[in-house]
Design a protein around this ligand. Structure first.
Ligand code: ADP
Ligand code: MG
Length: 458
């Protein structure tokens, strides 16, 4: 008996879907599964096509682009008669119109209370490349975007300059305004907040700043960028504190970003830093080479740049600690090639365009500094690190050093091996080992990130 049939003619769609989910889970990452797949609902089966619904249009677009084929193949594997899937948005008025023309259309809010224009449409989760250095923060950001106020509150994102904090804040904002248009999302970099506050105080009667207060304290989601700029600004800190309390008390979502971790924001009032630590702290690290290449490929694709893999690799190897700078180099190279009348960027042009920058980079960090840094970080002697002893700690520190050298410098693997009297295969192994370990071991990932920051003089 075929268990997919409840009665003679009725297919048990839910059962098929549950088994398909198991198949899909084998093929997509755990995060993708949680964010995009798990929440899909089976709606119908129409002419051998399984109809699934998702809650937002942006979700639908992502699923169509990235997961539809996997979903269709998995469903087909479970039940041969189903050959395709269709994704609809659960409250999509157009879809409803098709099916039930008499039913009243879902009413969309007439005037959005959201300042939707404040979010850059280019900064979405789709355009953000995920790698070991940022997968934790991306998962946290998606979780907050999907369930504002319900998961991590506040979400505190920190990381060095140009590593994607603002991009992620906008991605959260874009996602919520899309999927939950009734929510009031307020976004402000601290400088803007301070500017508005100053203006309000200047125009206030008896120090009452009701309009300013009304804007911020009625937010369902408050997103504040660059909060390190609150340092030294008493009035800003005061207002932020009041608004924070009011919103948090009412279960409203708060998201902040800073280029310093809480522990380094010591100059802020303690009552603020302690509140920021209530929720979750998620750091963005420096992206690994592989992620940097993926970011450049994505950018080249989005901007329709015609750039070879060789040039992409060259740029990714030259800039290691700032994605904005790296993107700037790509733009520069493409611009340079255009000026030279080339439709495809050649390696010579790339080298020429980036001559000064590459030199600058090579001067600042070398293998010796990396070795010193690791020794200092783990309190071991240089002779031990470079010697033959194989205690667990020293072996690990050695692998970390090899990893950092390959990440931060474009040195041939043989030369890296020679430093340790090893051949290049040991270096490749160390590199892979540490990269893998960082995916699951957050302590190590943070330590490595700290060392990179130290090496970059931060
Ligand atoms: P921050 O606010 O941390 O200084 P931004 O968010 O402004 O950095 O990011 C700088 C640039 O780098 C932006 O153009 C952003 O889109 C890009 N960027 C950073 N990280 C990524 C990533 N993982 N994937 C795609 N683009 C990224
Ligand atoms: Mg920023």
């Amino acid at each position: 008996m075929n268990t997919y049939y409840e009665s003679e003619n009725e297919l048990n769609l839910n059962k098929i879907w549950q088994e398909s989910l198991e198949e899909i889970a084998k093929k997509v990452s755990a995060i993708s599964y949680d964010v995009w797949i798990k929440s899909l609902e089976v709606v119908d089966l129409k002419n051998n096509t399984l109809v699934l619904s998702t809650s937002s249009n942006s979700g639908k677009q992502t699923i169509l682009k990235n997961y539809k084929d996997i979903i269709a193949a998995s469903v087909n594997k479970v039940h041969k008669a189903i050959i395709d899937v269709e994704i609809i948005v659960s409250s999509d008025p157009e879809e409803e119109e098709d099916e039930q023309p008499v039913v009243q259309k879902t009413i969309k809010p007439v005037s959005k209370t959201v300042e939707s224009s404040s979010f850059n449409p280019k900064y979405t989760f789709d355009t953000f490349v995920v790698g070991p250095s940022n997968q934790f923060v991306v998962a946290a950001a998606k979780s907050v975007a999907e369930n504002p106020g319900a998961s991590f509150n506040p979400l505190f994102i920190y990381g060095g300059v140009g590593l994607g904090k603002t991009h992620l804040l906008h991605a959260i904002g874009n996602y919520i305004t899309d999927s939950n248009p009734k929510l009031k999302v307020v976004y402000a970099p601290i400088d803007k907040f301070t500017g508005e506050l100053t203006e309000a105080l200047r125009n206030s009667k008896n120090g009452i700043i009701s309009e300013f207060k009304a804007k911020y304290s009625t937010a369902d989601v408050l997103i504040m960028d660059d909060i390190q700029s609150m340092i030294g600004r008493e009035a800003t800190q005061n207002e932020f504190f009041n608004i924070f309390n009011e919103l948090h008390e009412h279960g409203k979502q708060i998201v902040v970003a800073s280029d310093r971790p809480v522990s380094e924001l010591k100059q802020l009032a303690e009552r603020i830093t302690s509140r920021l630590a209530w929720g979750i702290l998620a750091d963005i690290g420096y992206p690994e080479l592989e992620t940097r290449i993926a970011i450049l490929n994505k950018k080249a694709y989005l901007e329709r740049y015609n750039v070879s893999r060789e040039v992409i690799n060259y740029i990714a190897e030259s800039v290691t600690t700032n994605v904005r700078e790296m993107e700037g180099m790509l733009t520069r190279v493409v611009f340079y090639a255009k000026m030279m009348g080339q439709s495809v960027v050649t390696m010579d042009t790339a080298r020429e365009a980036l001559k000064d920058i590459a030199v600058q980079n090579a001067e600042t960090i070398d293998a010796g500094r990396i070795i010193d840094c690791v020794c200092k970080f783990y309190s071991i002697k240089k002779e031990e690190l470079l010697g033959k002893r194989r205690t667990k700690e020293i072996a690990l520190a050695r692998q970390i050093t090899m990893y950092l050298i390959t990440e931060l410098l474009s040195m041939p693997l043989e030369a890296v091996g020679q430093i340790f009297n090893k051949d290049h295969s040991t270096v490749i192994y160390a590199k892979r080992q540490i990269a893998n370990e960082c995916k699951t071991n957050r302590k190590l990932a943070v330590e490595i990130n700290d060392m990179k920051q130290m090496l970059n003089g931060k």
